[in-house]
Design a protein around this ligand. Sequence first.
Ligand SMILES: Cc1cc2nc3c(=O)[nH]c(=O)nc-3n(C[C@H](O)[C@H](O)[C@H](O)COP(=O)(O)OP(=O)(O)OC[C@H]3O[C@@H](n4cnc5c(N)ncnc54)[C@H](O)[C@@H]3O)c2cc1C
Length: 269
Amino acid sequence: MTSKHPHIIIIGAGIVGASLTYHLAKQNARVTLLDKAAKPANEATEKSFAWIVAGYDATQMYMSLRQQAISDWHRVEDELNRRLKIDWTGALTWLESNEKTEEWMCKLKHSDSKVRLVEEQELRLLEPNLKTVPSLAMFAEDEGAINPNLTTNLFIKAAQEWGAKVLLDAEVLSLLINKSAIEGVATNKGTIIADVVVLATGVNTVSLCHPLHLKLPIDVSPAILMELHNPDRFVNHIVSNPFMEIRAASDTLTLAAENYIDESSIQQR
Ligand SMILES: Cc1cc2nc3c(=O)[nH]c(=O)nc-3n(C[C@H](O)[C@H](O)[C@H](O)COP(=O)(O)OP(=O)(O)OC[C@H]3O[C@@H](n4cnc5c(N)ncnc54)[C@H](O)[C@@H]3O)c2cc1C
């Protein structure tokens, strides 16, 4: 293609594809977002616990990414004129034992994280409905959570306002490959030519890449997401412990997530 603005196709309207489309469209790129489903946020995104930022890793690289992610989410909140509402509640995490929690906290001390230790008394004030209260927990006050469906749809709406095209019910059947170049996609609605094709297709990326002989390190890792409908809010923060992760999505809806498979027992086998 010879146009000054290359045509970019993004396949997959989950949170990743939607965010990419928004950020590229905002920079005047010619973007077309495709999804096989009739609505955005169709797969992992729809079922996400959506914690910013789940899990800790004490390496400097992870910690920089974590800080970057948090500040980018604040930026996006501003850019979208507060149409995006992030629950910056903070996250409380504890591990199997106080020793492990402390050990982990020690590792984090060497990074520039804003995570601090809280003791039982403060924890009881922060989460008065906890039945079993550990004597130590880590408190990441700068963390929060999004509504993944609303956020994905907001990114797409904002991208369209910047001129992006969105095609739903458009399944990409294969990539159009000419020698070593990808020249577009074949979809159930016909062929679309592009200068750049971005695969934001989650676990389906593996099969789309087969013809390229690429072996991607992407695995399916099943998880359970529970929705609890409750008359009143009973959890104030994101709470994460060895049993589950739990947070209030609203005053009357609580989300709980847990790995579907006990991965520790698989590793031991
Ligand atoms: C229970 C659970 C809890 C989670 N908790 C967290 C958390 O707390 N914090 C966190 O950061 N992450 C969490 N995650 C992970 C996070 O949700 C995912 O990493 C994220 O949603 C992936 O987004 P994605 O856009 O890459 O993929 P997806 O949301 O899977 O989107 C892929 C899109 O591609 C489309 N597609 C696929 N193939 C094609 C094709 N051939 N043609 C056209 N369209 C196609 C699909 O329809 C889909 O809309 C959780 C996930 C789950 C399931």
